[in-house]
Design a protein around this ligand. Structure first.
Ligand code: GLA
Length: 678
């Protein structure tokens, strides 16, 4: 595994994607002047430049990029240089139409947007690696370049390709995985519906079929597709490893609904875990989604600091209604990412485009220019991040973990299941949201992660689980941990085969329960529990087998049947909830679990005030983000870094504002606070 955490500069990186090729060169000097005014010190360059860098096959034109990098370097701006392979030029598909991706029903996805390539195409691989070689060879020693940016959001638009080239690659992947056809037939359960394969050549991706495709075939195709994208990342990294010495990254898309890339398996391929995060603008509580994405990115990074490669200064262009950010929201969003472990805050993009599909996407420099709310807030944020330089490299305190596995997500949302209302994100968000409201910071980690440091582990909808991971949870509880498992967990093994003997299969003994039959509810149907809670979507006929019953159904299809249980195992306890509790009941359950496990917020704060602690050795910093419309006063002692004030037992944070306190060290030396210059 490559080591994360050695990539930072002197402080918290600040910047954006910068696309100088979209502007006349006269604009570049103004760009650099404005970057300096804003405190920007890192820009990602060349992300979508392949067609300019290699206008015809094998003929490279680097002149404009030479000049752009020099202008940036002269201005003191560092560069995260792209390998520029994110989107091939039109000549690739024109000369090699077989590089175009196809959907499950055979539709060709043509160039004209971006990322129109088959991820398994050997032609694409060869041409893209030749470009990486050329770019890396030319700029390896350029003094502006501090980081390399492989491709861009690998698999964002082309993760699943069903063409013949992909079919061949899928067969190779399957041979590697299973060795022989008997093993594949057993794993896929092909005795069902006359699906037995007699020759590898008979196997295809799960293309459009008359009815439900084999679920294990679907699951393996999803694994294969994530691995094919990862193979591009690794192939580019190998070229870079030969030619450059700077750290290497690529931007993940954790927490924006992108489902099909297993980033837990990719993290070891990069030196810097980077993430892109965009708010769901229609959601008034979008800062909860942000916190979840950041906590998950940190989990993927193994707890190390990570880089926020992209977010937006205001509206995006690709949602149905692109709501602009309210004054102050940009600052709260950015500093929430830093609170949760980001050591850099970058945006898409520096200057708003004049042309192209993203011309209505916000930027640091809007169409209206620098005399704007957005650019003033950009300058303010630059000053804030400078004041937080000392936080760089510290880690986030978290006593609670939520287990997350992309394969479980893929598995639980396959077709022909008991209820379409059981989705993976649902309980994940519900439990993370309850912890957020309780003020408790949570790591979102893979089930194979080391759980020993956590007071409480929550396991939402872990439908697919491997034996070793189920056993690790049992050992965690046995050793004194507290765990909660929610319904439709532990159901299948890694082949999507049911674990027999009663649900929830892999967790039955740990939880001390046995479910004999699922009773999913009708759309909109609600049931009541005898502790006053309500629930919907799911109930199940559960028998306690050693577990204590904490609540049962008062009505619905299963009156009197247990809905919430607790089981003592060794020195710990394992809780199970067999239904989808309403939000208030989920909050009460999480509060009980926190109390039992002894996990607490960093400081007591009203709901809606986000408080997170970062720590390095004996130093710690408390981030306080007030999402409410009233001033709050918290019991905190230390030096507030954004305003330069000291506080002794009382920190005041006005409505909508952010404070960051270096705890404890109230020395005599006055704090020099950089000021915004906009
Ligand atoms: C992604 C891409 C960027 C841009 C933004 C727009 O994050 O990486 O190139 O398209 O979305 O939000």
């Amino acid at each position: 595994m490559r080591q994360h955490g050695t990539w930072q500069g002197d402080g918290i990186f600040y910047g954006a994607d910068y696309n100088p090729e979209q502007w006349p060169e006269e604009v570049w000097a103004e760009d650099v002047a404005l970057m300096r005014r804003a405190g920007v010190d890192l820009v990602s360059v060349g992300i979508f430049s392949w067609a300019l860098l290699e206008p015809t096959p094998g003929r490279y034109e680097f002149g404009w990029l030479d000049r752009a990098l020099d202008v940036l370097h002269d201005g003191g701006i560092n560069v995260d240089l792209a390998t520029a392979t994110a989107s091939p030029p039109p000549w690739l598909a024109h000369r090699h139409p077989e590089t175009l991706p196809r959907t499950a029903d055979g539709t060709v996805l043509w160039p004209g947007g971006r990322q129109a390539y088959c991820p398994s195409s050997p032609v694409f691989r060869e041409r893209s690696l030749a470009l990486v070689e050329a770019v890396a060879g030319r700029y390896a020693e350029h003094p502006a370049v501090v980081m390399w940016h492989i491709s861009n959001e690998l698999g964002c638009h082309n993760v699943h390709c069903y063409c013949d080239v992909s079919a061949e690659a899928f067969r190779r992947w399957l041979r590697e995985r299973y060795g022989d056809l008997d093993t594949l037939n057993a794993a896929w359960g092909t005795t069902f519906w006359s699906q037995r394969y007699d020759d590898w050549a008979e196997i295809n991706p799960p293309r459009s079929a008359p009815t439900f495709a084999n679920p294990t075939q679907q699951l393996d195709f999803l694994r294969f597709s994530s691995d094919e994208q990862r193979a591009q990342l690794r192939a580019e990294r190998e070229v870079l490893a030969r030619l450059v010495r700077q750290p290497v990254t690529t931007n993940f898309m954790i927490g924006t609904g992108i489902k099909y890339l297993d980033y837990h398996s990719w993290a070891s391929d990069v030196d810097v875990v980077s993430n892109d995060h965009y708010l769901t603008a229609a959601d008034p509580l979008s800062h909860l989604g942000l916190a979840l994405a950041a906590d998950h990115t940190r989990g993927v990074a193994g707890g190390d600091p990570w880089l926020l490669m992209e977010h937006s200064t205001s509206a995006v262009n690709w949602q149905p209604r692109n709501v602009a950010k309210a004054p102050g929201q940009l600052r709260r969003n950015s500093l929430a990412h830093v609170a949760r472990g980001a050591d850099g805050v970058l945006f898409f993009q520096w200057r708003a485009s004049r042309a192209g599909a993203e011309k209505f996407h916000s930027a640091l420099v809007p169409h209206a220019g620098p005399d704007t709310k957005v650019f003033r807030e950009v300058c303010q944020l630059g000053a804030d991040l400078k004041a937080l330089a000392e936080v760089r490299g510290s880690r986030v305190d978290a006593e609670v973990a939520i287990l997350f596995d992309w394969e479980a997500w893929w598995g639980v949302e396959l077709d022909s299941h008991p209820s379409v209302d059981v989705t993976y994100a649902d309980r994940l968000r519900a439990l993370h949201g309850a912890l957020w409201r309780a003020g408790v910071t949570t790591d979102v980690v893979h089930p194979s992660a080391d759980l020993s440091g956590y007071q409480l582990v929550l396991v939402p909808t872990l439908y697919l689980v491997r034996d070793a991971d189920a056993e690790a949870l049992r050992r965690y509880v046995d050793g004194g941990g507290t765990a909660l498992v929610t319904y439709f967990s532990g159901i299948v093994d890694e082949h999507d085969h049911i674990r027999l003997g009663g649900y929830p299969g892999a967790f039955r003994d740990l939880l001390g329960v046995r479910t004999e039959e699922f009773f999913p509810l009708r759309e909109g149907e609600r049931v009541r529990l005898d502790d006053g809670a309500t629930a919907d979507v799911w109930t199940e006929w559960l028998h306690p087998e050693g577990a204590e019953v904490l609540a049962s159904y008062a009505d619905g299809p299963l009156p009197g049947v247990a809905a919430l249980t607790r089981h003592r195992v060794g020195r710990g306890t394992a809780w199970y909830v067999g239904t989808r509790l309403d939000e208030a009941a989920t909050d009460r359950l999480v509060a009980r679990l926190l109390a039992e496990a002894g996990a607490r917020p960093p400081v007591a704060a009203p709901t809606g005030v986000e408080v997170v602690r970062r720590r390095a050795g004996d130093r710690s910093w408390l981030f306080v983000i007030n999402h409410t419309d009233a001033e709050v006063r918290l019991d905190v002692t230390g030096t507030e870094l954004l305003g330069g004030a000291r506080c002794t037992g009382e920190l005041r944070v006005p409505a909508g504002e952010v404070a960051v306190v270096r705890e404890g060290h109230v020395g005599a030396v006055p704090l020099a606070r950089p000021t915004a210059t906009a």
